[in-house]
Write a protein that binds this ligand. Structure first.
Ligand SMILES: *[C@@H]1O[C@H](CO)[C@@H](O)[C@H](O)[C@H]1NC(C)=O
Ligand SMILES: *[C@@H]1O[C@H](CO)[C@@H](O)[C@H](O)[C@H]1NC(C)=O
Ligand SMILES: *[C@@H]1O[C@H](CO)[C@@H](O)[C@H](O)[C@H]1NC(C)=O
Ligand SMILES: *[C@@H]1O[C@H](CO)[C@@H](O)[C@H](O)[C@H]1NC(C)=O
Ligand SMILES: *[C@@H]1O[C@H](CO)[C@@H](O)[C@H](O)[C@H]1NC(C)=O
Ligand SMILES: *[C@@H]1O[C@H](CO)[C@@H](O)[C@H](O)[C@H]1NC(C)=O
Ligand SMILES: *[C@@H]1O[C@H](CO)[C@@H](O)[C@H](O)[C@H]1NC(C)=O
Ligand SMILES: *[C@@H]1O[C@H](CO)[C@@H](O)[C@H](O)[C@H]1NC(C)=O
Length: 610
């Protein structure tokens, strides 16, 4: 979190919201808007004083239908004034056989249930088991009547840890509670274990789907690559690439592009598949990294904002100094972001369950199987303060052999290609970035399953433009990210054994304008009108299984702001989520206006393909 651990807002001039200056020296432009905003408790008078439920749209979870074999509470804790304190840590034990789970479960869901009442900023949070991150989440800003929400995530891929009894479970949620900020986050984390492995073919879900019974409530987040992943059954072993236990949680903190964090790891010599999973979030001056202009613009206009360094960022992983993979993260907007009224009660895509990102390292096993430690290192290209990143190394071992042979045969990882253009006159201008990377790595792996050649190719393209108009009072940010990851496995005679392709697109447009009326220009009161439109679209195909997820959210509205407080405003958010695989479809569309859900339709009917 930033200087004071705050997560938050758009275009700041004041790095520390607790000491907000009431005498800005320059006029209000989109560059001088505070980074974080808090809804005034007097903003909205609700007819009912019952706590309100918040949610993020996702695929309905089977727990809505089938009963889990058992539930297993792992954390019950209230995060009050926790800033600069160590994370909450307790020993973990797997469910007892008497609980109905035994060792027979085949699917595990983590549910985090949170409630909060009062005034509070949004906060970043994560939960680790034995230093391996299971979820990165953020909180919603509460109201005087209180709010609550539940996040559910499929954590089956962490099964090898869930059955251990020698680990601690740790949750970090830095919060400030004082006379001004009163919201305490009450958190319950529970694991649900299921015996029925195949959710999608569950007869009950099929039956409900065929009768078109709408499913309500929270869904399960597929994330990117998600529950039905490319890599087969859960890994045998997961090694954290995270910070040693200490005051600040297990995530590594990156303040600049010079920061690298590394771990030396020896992997078992019978490893036959390796996948690195990255967890990423961005804060402080880089919370809205996709909307940061270059420093040249900030300096030329004598702006005091620290939100610069242009708009392209990339999390890069190297092994022994050799490029191993990279990721341009999906831009998650936290609930205090841009206009807090957009994210009630439906939060932005990914805000309750930030995506993690997988890099298939299998073709590089030839570099790693010598029994020696190797250096796994992470950095964030062009980062400014600050990023929180860690990684989990998922390893599959050959149960029938003490050693696996492997050798890389193609290693083609040219440098990233980045093109920038920048033109401005005083506060108006246009800044563009285009970045492209294409990497191909192949290697053979000879295990008891045969001698397989694994060819992994990854490519992405980022296009970003930031335009300032009307003397810097209007800003239009457009970003398009496309990526394609492919894993192809060939047998000894060159036949294709397996092939999986994951394509993703994250379009985003953010338009903000400061209005000259309402004491706008010149005072510390101003009105901001904003439009945010973003999506996460994913297409996966792997042999017989294919699926697509299309998730789109569009918000518009205005707010009157004084200092960091939103005094008045109105906002509308519409979202549609659709999931489709060969057998199963789900569609839900919701609309919310000024804090109320005004429409909510869902169906299991597959739209005709026309
Ligand atoms: C543009 O904004 C700057 C600083 O905010 C101000 O000094 C200047 O007068 C403005 N120019 C016009 C044409 O409004
Ligand atoms: C946590 O669980 C306890 C006991 O079941 C319950 O009283 C409390 O309301 C729960 N809190 C949340 C935030 O779900
Ligand atoms: C679990 O946490 C306790 C208290 O922080 C610590 O003493 C212990 O060493 C930890 N155990 C493991 C396995 O990390
Ligand atoms: C920025 O500050 C310098 C030095 O104080 C001054 O010469 C220049 O005119 C200022 N530029 C703008 C755009 O205000
Ligand atoms: C595995 O297959 C590759 C190409 O198919 C071959 O070059 C290599 O020698 C084989 N490895 C072993 C140990 O047989
Ligand atoms: C700021 O807004 C408040 C509330 O609308 C209003 O009373 C006050 O006059 C405004 N101040 C300025 C400088 O416009
Ligand atoms: C936001 O979108 C609405 C409706 O699409 C449009 O009328 C409005 O002009 C947009 N606002 C801005 C600041 O571009
Ligand atoms: C829900 O369906 C009704 C009837 O078709 C439609 O009028 C409404 O706009 C839909 N609402 C949403 C949020 O999609």
């Amino acid at each position: 979190m930033s200087t004071l651990g705050f997560l938050l807002f758009f275009f700041t001039v004041t790095p520390n919201p607790l000491t907000v200056s009431s005498s800005p020296t320059t006029s209000t432009t989109t560059n001088t808007i505070p980074a974080r905003l808090l809804k005034s408790t007097s903003l909205r008078h609700r007819p009912s004083s019952a706590p309100q439920q918040y949610f993020e749209l996702a695929l309905p979870l089977e727990s809505v239908l089938d009963r889990p074999s058992c539930d297993h509470p792992i954390i019950r804790h209230s995060f009050a004034n926790t800033m600069n304190s160590p994370p909450y840590t307790i020993p973990y034990s797997p469910p007892q056989p008497s609980s109905g789970c035994g060792a027979l479960w085949s699917r595990a869901i983590l549910e985090i249930s949170t409630s909060c009442r009062g005034d509070q900023y949004d906060r970043i949070s994560a939960l680790w088991l034995g230093g391996v991150e299971l979820i990165r989440t953020s909180t919603a800003e509460p109201t005087a009547d209180g709010i609550f929400w539940r996040v559910r995530k499929d954590v089956t891929r962490y099964s090898s840890l869930l059955s251990r009894s020698d680990l601690n479970v740790t949750m970090m949620l830095e919060n400030i509670v004082n006379d001004e900020f009163t919201g305490v986050y009450n958190v319950n984390a529970t694991l649900f274990f299921y015996k029925d492995a195949n959710v999608i073919s569950s007869p009950l879900i099929r039956k409900l789907a065929s009768n078109n019974v709408p499913l309500r409530g929270e869904g399960i987040n597929l994330g990117l690559g998600g529950a039905w992943s490319l890599y087969g059954p859960p890994a045998d072993l997961i090694i954290p690439i995270s910070r040693n236990e200490g005051g600040g949680g297990f995530w590594f903190r990156f303040e600049s592009e010079l920061d690298t964090h590394a771990r030396r790891i020896s992997i078992p010599s019978n490893t036959k598949q390796a996948v690195l999973e990255l967890y990423i979030s961005y804060h402080g001056n880089d919370e809205f990294w996709y909307s940061n202009p270059p420093y040249s613009y900030i300096r030329a206009n004598n702006l005091t904002t620290g939100r610069g360094n242009g708009a392209y960022r990339e999390v890069v992983v190297t092994i022994d100094g050799r490029f191993a993979g990279s990721e341009i993260p999906f831009p998650v907007v936290f609930t205090g972001g841009i206009n807090p009224l957009f994210w009630e009660p439906v939060v932005a895509i990914g805000a309750f369950d930030l995506p993690s990102y997988d890099i298939d390292l299998t073709p590089m096993l030839g570099f790693l199987l010598d029994g020696e430690p190797h250096e796994f290192s992470i950095r964030v290209a062009h980062a400014i303060p600050y990023w929180l990143v860690d990684a989990n190394l998922h390893l599959w071992v050959d149960g029938d052999s003490q050693s696996v042979q492997a050798k890389p045969v193609i290693y083609d990882a040219p440098a990233i290609h980045v093109q920038r253009s920048s033109q401005f006159k005083q506060l108006d201008g246009l800044f563009e970035v285009e970045a492209r990377r294409k990497v191909r790595v192949a290697g053979w792996v000879k295990s008891s399953s045969g001698n397989l050649t694994v060819i992994v190719s990854n490519e992405f393209k980022l296009k970003n433009s930031i335009r300032f108009q009307a003397n810097g009072t209007r800003k239009v940010v457009k970003q398009r990210v496309r990526s394609k990851r492919q894993t192809m496995i060939k047998d000894e005679v060159g036949g294709i054994f397996r092939r999986a392709i994951l394509r993703r697109k994250y379009p985003m447009t953010v338009i903000t304008a400061v209005l000259p009326e309402v004491g706008g220009i010149g005072g510390d009161n101003y009105t901001l009108v904003a439009n945010v439109s973003h999506g996460m679209n994913e297409r996966f195909s792997g042999g017989e299984f294919s699926r697509s997820v299309h998730n789109q959210q569009d918000s518009d509205g205005w707010m009157l702001v004084k200092g960091h407080e939103v005094l008045d405003g109105a906002a509308t958010t519409r979202q549609s989520y659709s999931y489709q695989d060969g057998l199963f479809c789900y569609f839900r569309s919701v609309a919310a206006s000024s804090g109320w859900l005004i429409g909510d339709n869902s169906t299991f009917t597959c739209a005709s393909s026309s």
